[in-house]
Design a protein around this ligand. Structure first.
Ligand code: RIB
Ligand code: CA
Length: 318
């Protein structure tokens, strides 16, 4: 049976890479893509997501409009790391029109899809967790209907990429991250910021990957040029956790959801999110002392099969 996915995105470049990895996986069926504020304002996320589906000839996949703002936090976007439009500032004059979007709102769609496919849907979250938090508020039984949840977000050693101690997806909506880590009791896998940095791929692989001449590779080369330039810059590289190479953050969560054999080492621990700290708001807190007495433990990815990951990325641009 095919793996059924819902993907929650804030399509930026690495979200695009994650969607393309899923589309190239033969045993995966994407039941819907829900869009959330994050890398870029929601309108851009919607446009960018449709552009990715267009280049993959998969505009048949339903795309849903989600939350345009975090629950409480002051709205924040990821600067222009992925470009002002979130996809490398290389606009497509023939981009798909937003009238292709589904009428149903993202949160209602997630709940409906999970209800119709109880126990069979894996949710991959590569954006701030606002949609997921609203979903569980609206339907407390929603998480129980999921087969699993794969999150790109948070941090395990207090390293940040947005604030000193904040990874973007969690710090963009700390209350939502708190609610999700507290209320989603389905098997939950987390690809943290530090994990993604440690598992970055060599630039030599990136060069080989983008040297392909397919339509998808040409598209990926275009949209990733801006962020790659930044990622390769000495300025960015000097940060200790900055990737030593290609760091397709969201792809780690997606690749694990497509084939969890890629996770070669992990540990299980209860987690929560700091909401009050001057410097630590949005930081993921790992409860190794079991002081929170939480029965539900998250599965924190520690090591990954990089050869299988490279193959998935290669397949994504075929
Ligand atoms: O911190 C990395 C995360 O923030 C990724 O999901 C990236 O797309 C941005 O959303
Ligand atoms: Ca993302």
């Amino acid at each position: 049976m095919k793996k059924k996915l819902i993907i929650d995105v804030d399509t930026g470049v690495d979200d695009a890479q994650a969607i393309m990895v899923a589309l190239a996986a033969p045993d995966v069926e994407i039941l819907g893509i829900t869009c959330c504020h994050g890398n870029t304002p929601l309108e851009n996320v919607l446009k960018n997501t449709l552009r990715v589906l267009k280049v993959c000839n998969r505009l048949d996949i339903p795309v849903y409009k989600g939350c345009s703002k975090p629950l409480l936090a002051r709205g924040r976007h990821a600067g222009d790391y992925h470009g002002k439009d979130g996809l490398g500032d290389v606009p497509d004059p023939n981009a798909p029109d937003l009238d292709l979007l589904q009428q149903r709102k993202a949160v209602k769609a997630m709940i409906k899809i999970a209800k119709e496919n109880a126990g069979e849907v894996t949710l991959v979250a590569t954006a701030p967790l606002t949609n997921l938090a609203v979903a569980v508020q609206l339907d407390p039984s929603f998480p129980k209907k999921l087969k699993g949840l794969y999150i790109m977000g948070g941090n395990t050693e207090s390293r940040g990429n947005t604030t000193m101690c904040g990874e973007f997806n969690f710090v963009a909506d700390p209350e939502a991250a708190y609610i999700v880590l507290d209320r989603y009791t389905c098997p939950t896998y987390i690809a943290s910021w530090e994990f993604s940095c440690r598992c970055s791929l060599p630039w030599s692989f990136c060069d080989e990957w983008l040297s392909k001449t397919t339509k998808k590779a040409t598209f990926m080369k275009k949209i990733s040029a801006l962020s790659m330039t930044k990622a390769r810059s000495a300025e960015y590289q000097k940060e200790i956790t900055a990737g030593k190479g290609l760091n397709p953050c969201d792809v780690f969560a997606m690749a694990a959801a497509v084939d969890d054999a890629l996770i070669t080492e992990s540990n299980e621990v209860a987690v929560t999110v700091e909401l009050e700290g001057t410097h630590t708001r949005g930081m993921m807190v790992l409860d190794y002392m079991d002081l929170l007495k939480k029965n539900h433990k998250a599965i924190i990815m520690k090591k990954f099969d990089s050869e299988k990951l490279k193959q998935m990325l290669m397949n994504a641009l075929e």
